[in-house]
Write a new protein. Structure first.
Length: 598
């Protein structure tokens, strides 16, 4: 039994005046924004379930673009700069965000990119997207791509079977010069509703370790390697689906059929449990065909050695970074991938997984400036009084009988965002590790600690990691642990930093049972193995500075006394320190702020 799946234009009609006539039939209101059919070779029209737009009219003003923030230029210290105002009406703020972030020191292309990134708003609801022509066009393009790949066929849901839900995800893709390339709408399945053994068997997600990405960026900064970014269009559609899965009709559409109509999937779709594994299997097979080997240190890293040169590709789901010193092989790989898959060459690396990348003669700078500003706007702290340190010294955070409970869902959401933010902000690693210990039952005191971290981020939203060109690839580690620092169970907090070429690439702060030295050694061993696979193994011994009795004993030898001052570097990962020690450590870690007003 075949059916045709007809999409009627869900974009609302323009507001009409009383004098304007209303179309007598729905056919007059149809638009060509969406294709009439998602299934080729339509069967005869009898008994065709009609899929129509929602009966409730969508609001045309769902997106308030006036709320977008634009960072001010500060090119003249002699006159007051234009202050940022998040509201439509002008109002004075005691602590304007313009005092803490500026684009004055950026190049013109990157300045344009930063302003474009800050001013764009992504719809949070499908109704908002349907009311905006740009996003409506993006939805149309996504549906056409799904139709082209024969992703599904419409059929009646068999008795006893359940459907998998789906939703729209929206994002913006940027060109190499920072301008907007396209508005992207992606239909994803709600894989969390799948049942193991029925809807899927095995899973794997090609998610690169961000510490591997940082190692590659440090090598690129020290060795002047190029950085190319590529995007695979509809990557998961390249994977074959073995299981029989039924999915709901995409949000924004309904069916007039009395029978339950569903999309029977023929191709892997974003969101399904098995989709990443199917796509990565296809990609791995292609990379082996091109002569690349999969790294044992990170399975999403592919390496190829040729004539003493190296080419590296690392993939995070469908986003790729290519680097190395073999320019000819890099160009050849891009051509091969474009032949195998539908690729989008994004040029030089600028924006990757919400991380802004700026490159100059001084090195490569990573930050999550927009991520922080969006987070502050969400919580309502854009105009709050900033804090100088992320957590108070000698804090007494714990669990008490008389504690006042906080909103658990909001607390978990904020801490989760802070955890992701710590990938470029090691200065908040210890504070985030502390507040993450109370996710199961947060109190108002714990929420206040989270808000303090956010107020600290308000003071420097543009801070990030600087990978400088230091002319060497030495590997150095620093590790430390407090003693029974937790007031609840008296367990210790351990932390470590590791550097490649004097650039910070990995760090960790965690309450643990084992001594910190073992964690630091494991990280150094992993780094040594990864660098050896890339072909840039350190020529000298790796140094691990640890804050223990043996290390402190070195201070009795005046010749080696200078070494002991370095063991304090990891203190910011194990305890709350004073503001003076905190900022001294940030400078040694290479944490800079290219957005700081001058």
């Amino acid at each position: 039994m075949g059916f045709t799946y007809r999409f009627l234009d869900p974009v609302p009609e323009p507001l009409r005046t009383e004098a304007e006539p209303v179309p007598e039939s729905s056919e007059d209101a149809e638009s060509d924004v969406f294709p009439h059919s998602l299934v080729p070779n339509d069967p005869p029209t009898e008994n065709i379930p009609e899929v129509s737009s929602p009966t409730t009219p969508l609001q045309t003003n769902a997106i308030d673009t006036s709320a977008g923030y634009v960072l001010p230029f500060r090119d003249n210290r002699g006159k007051p700069p234009n202050r940022y105002s998040p509201d439509i009406e002008e109002r004075q703020s005691k602590y304007p965000i313009a005092n803490h972030v500026s684009t004055q020191r950026l190049s013109e292309p990157f300045k344009t990119f930063a302003h474009t990134l800050s001013s764009c708003q992504i719809p949070s609801r499908v109704e908002e997207a349907f009311s905006d022509p740009k996003w409506a066009q993006a939805i149309k393009e996504e549906l056409e791509a799904l139709q082209k790949n024969n992703t599904w066929v419409l059929s009646v849901l068999p008795e006893g079977r359940k459907t998998v839900g789906c939703k729209w995800i929206f994002s913006i893709k940027y060109k190499a010069d920072g301008s907007i390339d396209r508005y992207k709408a992606r239909l994803v399945a709600k894989g969390y509703t799948q049942k193991h053994g029925i809807d899927y068997q095995e899973t794997f997600s090609p998610v690169a370790k961000l510490k591997t990405v940082r190692v590659l960026l440090s090598l690129a900064a020290n060795l002047d390697w190029p950085l190319h970014q590529l995007d695979v269009k509809n990557a998961f559609l390249h994977g074959d689906l073995e299981e029989e899965i039924y999915m709901d009709i995409p949000p924004g559409y309904t069916t007039t059929s009395e029978a339950k109509i569903a999309c029977r999937l023929q191709r892997a779709l974003y969101g399904l449990k098995q989709s990443p594994r199917a796509w990565f299997g296809r990609l791995s097979s292609a990379m082996r065909k091109y002569g690349f080997q999969q790294s044992n240190s990170d399975h999403t890293l592919f390496l190829k050695h040729r004539l003493g040169k190296i080419t590296a590709l690392i993939v995070y789901v469908d986003d790729m970074i290519i680097t190395g010193d073999d320019v000819e092989e890099i160009s050849k790989l891009q051509d091969q991938l474009s032949t195998e898959f539908e690729m989008k060459n994004l040029g030089g690396l600028k924006y990757f997984l919400g991380i802004e990348v700026a490159r100059s003669r001084q090195g490569i700078f990573l930050s999550q400036r927009k991520y922080i500003l969006d987070l502050l706007a969400e919580v309502g702290l854009l105009e709050c009084k900033p804090s100088d340190i992320p957590i108070v010294q000698n804090h007494k955070l714990g669990e008490y009988v008389d504690q006042v409970p906080a909103d658990k869902q909001r607390y978990q959401r904020l801490v989760g965002k802070l955890i992701y933010l710590s990938h470029t902000r090691p200065d908040i690693a210890y504070a985030v590790s502390v507040v993450s210990q109370f996710m199961h039952r947060p109190s108002e005191d714990h929420m206040d600690a989270v808000m303090r971290i956010l107020r600290y981020l308000k003071s420097s939203p543009g801070k990030g990691l600087m990978f400088s060109k230091n002319g060497h690839l030495k590997v150095v580690g620093y590790t430390d642990a407090d003693w029974a620092g937790n007031i609840i169970d008296r367990k210790s907090t351990a932390g470590y930093f590791t550097f490649v070429g004097s650039n910070l690439v990995t760090w960790r702060s965690k309450k643990q049972k084992v001594v910190a030295l073992s964690s630091g050694i494991c990280e150094l061993i992993w780094l040594k193995k990864l660098l050896a696979e890339i072909g840039v193994a350190p020529s000298s011994e790796m140094n691990l500075f640890c804050d223990n009795t043996a290390a402190i004993a070195i201070s009795h030898n005046p010749v080696q006394h200078d070494r002991t001052k370095h063991v304090e570097l990891a203190d910011v990962l194990t305890k709350a320190v004073s503001a003076r020690n905190f900022y001294n450590s940030l400078d040694k870690l290479g944490i800079k702020d290219i957005y700081a007003p001058t």
